[in-house]
Design a protein around this ligand. Structure first.
Ligand code: FA5
Length: 348
């Protein structure tokens, strides 16, 4: 009998030793079935219980049951340990930042907001649509011809330096430096009379500061027909400004140089607290807002239009700066920041 009881002790010892070496769920299951599975060693012993005398059965039975319970308990403890280790490893691999959103907004559904520049762009598009203009698009990646040559800026012309350019390695393609590229594409695809605006991103390789970004937004506009004059230009610009600012705006026209217009102007608005781009503006109370002019005959020609018969005006509005003056924003770099506190102010 003693030998039988010792056999139970050996089974348990063997089980415990092997259990400590199990590292996966499958190994655990396989190891358990070797002892208390159908053909497990403990089960084999229990099958022989009936052959024992009643007195022996009274001693052996409870001990066999205790061994079975010990096996079950040890197995469950080990299984829990293994599960916890696996969860810990999984958590280490996929960290979750539970503080990503603060407790006030955590339960609120996320509310999207339009970018302020895009909101203004849409408003200006609506204004021009109501005045019979088309809205055109153009590619960000341009060629030398559309960005410079067709706009009366030949190779080696100093005006190319006015807009520091991101060139591609082939030296033929570039990121457009202004939306004036849309002028040429629009003219080529139409016959006069025509009027359209082309909004979009532009790119310049220059140092960023409070009023200069490397990627910003412009809205180009133009009108071509018979007898289009500076008066038409002034009328449309003043109407645009009145609709944007919702009041009559005091404006002034100064000479400005752009190779693609002749004469060229800078249209300034009277602005008490301007985000001045220059110290001169800050003190003068005028804000430089709208470069414009009468389209140069060479540019009309590049667009397939006879300059003897037709004339036109063009302008290039800087959208980001317009949003800044309109909303009292003091730094253009907020626009590309990922700071939700800035962007949430424009949610609609
Ligand atoms: C032009 O880009 C001309 N193509 C505009 C034009 C069109 C003139 C048609 C005449 C006829 P300019 O380089 O000045 O011009 O840029 C136009 C506007 O873009 C500026 O008035 C300003 O509002 C904005 N702008 C220019 N550089 C930056 C910059 N780095 N960051 C943000 N806005 C800028």
């Amino acid at each position: 009998m003693n030998a039988k009881l010792k056999h139970l002790d050996d089974i348990l010892a063997q089980f415990s030793e092997g259990l400590s070496k199990c590292n996966t769920n499958q190994e655990l299951l396989d190891w358990k079935s070797k002892f208390i599975g159908k053909q497990g060693s403990l089960n084999e012993v229990l099958k022989n219980l009936k052959d024992l005398s009643e007195a022996d059965r009274k001693i052996f039975g409870p001990k066999a049951n205790a061994t079975r319970e010990a096996i079950e308990t040890q197995w469950q403890t080990k299984q829990l340990q293994l599960e916890r280790t696996m969860i810990d490893e999984e958590l280490k691999k996929n960290k979750i930042d539970i503080f990503l959103r603060d407790s006030i907004t955590a339960n609120a559904p996320l509310k999207g907001a339009m970018h302020p520049t895009y909101l203004v762009q849409r408003r200006i598009e609506d204004i021009f649509l109501s005045m019979g203009f088309e809205i055109l698009d153009g590619p960000h990646i341009e060629d030398d011809f559309h960005n410079f040559t067709a706009l009366n800026i030949p190779k080696d012309h100093p005006a190319r330096d006015m807009q520091d350019t991101f060139w591609f390695k082939d030296k033929l393609h570039l990121l457009r430096t202004h939306t004036s590229t849309i002028q040429i594409r629009g003219m080529k695809e139409r016959t006069p009379p025509m009027r359209f605006v082309g909004p979009g991103k532009v790119f310049r390789c220059e140092r960023t500061d409070a009023t200069h970004e490397m990627c910003f937004h412009q809205l180009e506009g133009m009108m071509v027909g018979e007898n289009i004059t500076v008066s038409n230009l002034i009328y449309f610009m003043q109407t645009l400004l009145k609709k944007i600012f919702r009041r009559d705006m005091e404006t002034r026209l100064r000479p400005g140089f752009f190779p693609f217009v002749e004469p060229g102007f800078e249209l300034d608005i009277r602005w008490k607290k301007p985000i001045a781009t220059t110290a001169r503006d800050r003190h003068s109370g005028w804000l430089e807002l709208l470069p414009c002019g009468m389209i140069h005959p060479e540019v009309l020609r590049a667009g397939g239009i006879d300059p003897k018969k037709y004339s036109g005006f063009a302008f290039g509005l800087g959208l980001d700066r317009l949003v800044m003056v309109n909303n009292g924003i003091n730094d253009v770099r907020h626009f590309h920041s990922a700071d939700l506190r800035f962007h949430e102010q424009f949610s609609i």
